[in-house]
Design a protein. Structure first.
Ligand code: PGA
Length: 258
């Protein structure tokens, strides 16, 4: 067990309107004993339209749940119709921002360069990036998993300082495991997360590699969490579908520190 604090993040994607989001975050809070947060960070990443409502609940009820976003632009303001500024997220006390999710890359054309610009912008506004990487099924079957993942990691972390890398989160999410019910085996997740940590060590030094938190994501459920979290280089999970059910998500959080 490393001394990195585990982090479990719920990526709600385009699910739950702001009423449902409030209920979900409150139920999650009631399902988790207060001491849990000493041992694990728990974040929720609602759709943009919910963020102000969830922020209000977190502040009014003094919840220990961290507020996250799923995405942002890299510019602060300007003619970017439909985009959301990292400065506006910071103003809403958002602490963590997912960037480079495979759905953004595949469906909305996000490139490694854009992901890197976002990572820098998120840091500039004193928030923490959760930078995603992962291979497709074709890439896995062609034996290209590490080459793909490590190229995304190198590009996404370009021009960062070692202490920034140390403070961030990298989410390894094999694309074929997202929303499919297929999970990488714990061994496979460990192999790739270890390769990511070694690449961070080579690029940013041993201290950054020892501190950076690496999540696994892709069909994580309560039943698979404990084995994943037992892997030395897996420090948490980025949870999609299972995070929409507060009972299941609370079980995932508790298995993460079992
Ligand atoms: P999933 O999604 O848990 O539904 O597979 C994970 C993610 O996309 O972050």
């Amino acid at each position: 067990m490393s001394d990195r604090k585990p982090i479990i993040s719920g990526n709600w994607k385009m699910n739950l309107n702001h009423f449902e989001a409030i209920q979900t975050v409150q139920k999650l809070h009631y399902s988790l004993p207060k001491e849990v947060y000493d041992s694990v960070d728990v974040s929720v990443h609602p759709p943009f339209t919910d963020i102000r409502s969830v922020q209000t609940v977190i502040e009014a009820d003094d919840l220990d749940i961290l507020l996250g976003a799923q995405h942002c632009h890299w510019e602060e303001t300007g003619a970017f119709t439909g985009e959301v500024s990292p400065a506006f997220l910071a103003k809403l006390d958002v602490q963590l921002v997912v960037c480079g999710h495979s759905e953004r890359r595949d469906l909305f054309g996000e490139t490694d360069e854009m992901v890197n610009q976002k990572v820098h912008a998120i840091f500039k506004h004193a928030m923490t990036p959760i930078m995603c990487c992962g291979e497709s099924l074709d890439e896995r079957e062609a034996g290209e998993t590490e080459a793909k993942v490590l190229s995304q990691v190198a590009a996404g972390l370009d021009r960062l300082k070692a202490d920034q890398v140390a403070s961030m989160v990298i989410a390894y999410e094999p694309i074929w495991a997202i929303g499919t019910g297929k999970t990488a085996t714990a061994d496979d997740a460990q192999t790739v997360c270890n390769a990511i940590r070694n690449a961070v060590a080579a690029q940013f030094g041993a201290d950054a590699a020892a501190a950076v938190r690496i999540q696994y994501g892709g069909s994580v459920k309560a039943g698979t969490t404990e084995e994943l979290m037992a892997q030395p280089d897996v420090d948490g999970a980025l949870v999609g579908g299972a995070s929409l059910d507060p009972d299941e998500f609370a079980r995932i959080v508790q298995f993460a520190i079992a």
